[in-house]
Structures are given as C-alpha cells and as structure tokens.
Design a protein around this ligand. Sequence first.
Ligand SMILES: Nc1ncnc2c1ncn2[C@@H]1O[C@H](COP(=O)(O)OP(=O)(O)O)[C@@H](O)[C@H]1O
Ligand SMILES: [Mg+2]
Length: 262
Amino acid sequence: MLKIEGLSKTFGKGTLNEKKIFSNFNFNVDNGDFITIIGSNGAGKSSLFNAIFGTFLPDEGRIYLDNKDITYVPSHVRAKDIGYLFQDPRVGTAPNMTIEENLFLAAGEGGWFSIGQKKKSNEFKEKLSLLNMNLENNLKKPVGLLSGGQRQALTLLMATYSKPKLLLLDEHTAALDPETAKKVLDLTNKVVKEEHLTCLMITHSMESALSHGNRIIMMNDGQIIYDAKGKEKEEQTVQGLLNLFKTKEGNLMASDRMLLEV
Ligand SMILES: Nc1ncnc2c1ncn2[C@@H]1O[C@H](COP(=O)(O)OP(=O)(O)O)[C@@H](O)[C@H]1O
Ligand SMILES: [Mg+2]
C-alpha cells in the first residue's frame, strides 16, 4: 500500500553541511502491516517519515500510497491520509482549545454548534472512555492542562479518528514515564488492531520493537540493514538484534546503548 522506489535525498547540496540521507532507497509496505523501526541515532528513521509525509521532496525517486503517486503531493494534502505522532506530546493538539474542540477538529466538523453536536459529544465521550485516562469527564478542559500521557493518548485518538490509510509513530512514547509509556503503547496496539490500520512505529526500544507488530526493520546510515516478519520476527531476540547490529557496524557505539532500554 506504501511503496518507495529509488528514493535519494541529500540535504545542503554543495555546502559544507552536505549530508546524503538516502541513496536509491526502496521500501514496500503491505496493507495492514504494523512495522516497528529501530536503528541508531541519525540512521534516517525520522527522515523516512518526513519523506513519506512530504516534509521534504526527494531529489530522485517516487512514493506511492495506495497505488497513487504522491511524490509531489503537498504534506497538508497527505495529512488527510496519514496520521503522524511525534515524541513531543505538545505537538498534534491545540493547547488552548478544549478536548471536545480538538476532537471536533479531528472529526472534521466545521461549526461547533452544528445540530449534531450533542450526538457527537456522546460519541467523543464513548471513544475517550476507551482510553482509560479519565478524559471522558473533562470534555471542556483545555488540552494544555492535560498530562503528557493523557495528551498523547488524545493525539492518538485524533490521528486515528477518521481511519488514516497510514499511521506514522515517531518515538511517540519516548517522552513519557515508563508506566504511562506502556499504557499509551498498549492503547496503540489496540487501536491499530481494532481499526486494521497500517502502521509504522519508530521506537528506541528493541524490546518493544520485537513485541509489537508483524514486521521489524533496522535502519543504519539511510539503509534498511535488517528486515524480518512473521515467524522470523517472533523468534528474534534483543541479543540477536544486537549481534546483527554489531556485525554490520563493527562495534556497538555508546550512543546506541539507548537501544537496549526497555
Ligand atoms: N533537514 C535536514 N537538514 C540537514 N540534515 C538533516 C535534516 N534532517 C535530518 N538530517 C540529518 O539526517 C540524518 C538522519 O537524521 P534522522 O532521520 O533524524 O535520524 P533518526 O531519526 O534515525 O535519529 C542525521 O545526520 C541528521 O542530522
Ligand atoms: Mg528520529
């Protein structure tokens, strides 16, 4: 459903800061895939999402979503089909607006006072109660007053409200305390499964990359250096991933210790 063909990108071409990120990069995602993505700092994981979302345009290559060439489609148009969550819980919701108002935006409702408002509010309450974060009784609370975990759960609900074709999660639980992170991860799993979403999730935790999804990829230096699904993924271990990483990289760098975090 997502196909990246021959993607090349160099930032700051011809300057001292020239940085080649991708060179003839290829990537195929099937409908319903839940792919976890790991790799050291600077491996190009976030850049991959930025390419898919259209934050930058490629120098070469094509990107297809559901067989439609979206290579030059602007990101605000792609946003209708692609849900995107970041590490920072403050991104993705409007802080001065209430939970309800944010949800109206996500649901694509124009006027707050449309006839269906009451019905919608009940629908929001129902959806919010599934999050188990006590948001359903706080519809009138400004989102800026919520905890990081509550806000990220709400962002997840908003990003998936109109069932996006593709959901991109870029370390969306990394800024939360471990207990809340687990809650949001469980919620993510539930939403992705129940809504049959196609999802790519970047995580700094090998453990959580192995315990989520049906396919795992490891990136390094703008390339996919490991790609496993199904049984092969199920049987993979953190130690196995580390060994792979060592063989490819020579030595495990200090900056990659974070990959061992649960
Ligand atoms: N807009 C940009 N301009 C210049 N360099 C960039 C830009 N975006 C990312 N990079 C560089 O590309 C490399 C990959 O970054 P990134 O995709 O953020 O890695 P990751 O998410 O895997 O940690 C890094 O070296 C980063 O500095
Ligand atoms: Mg990143």
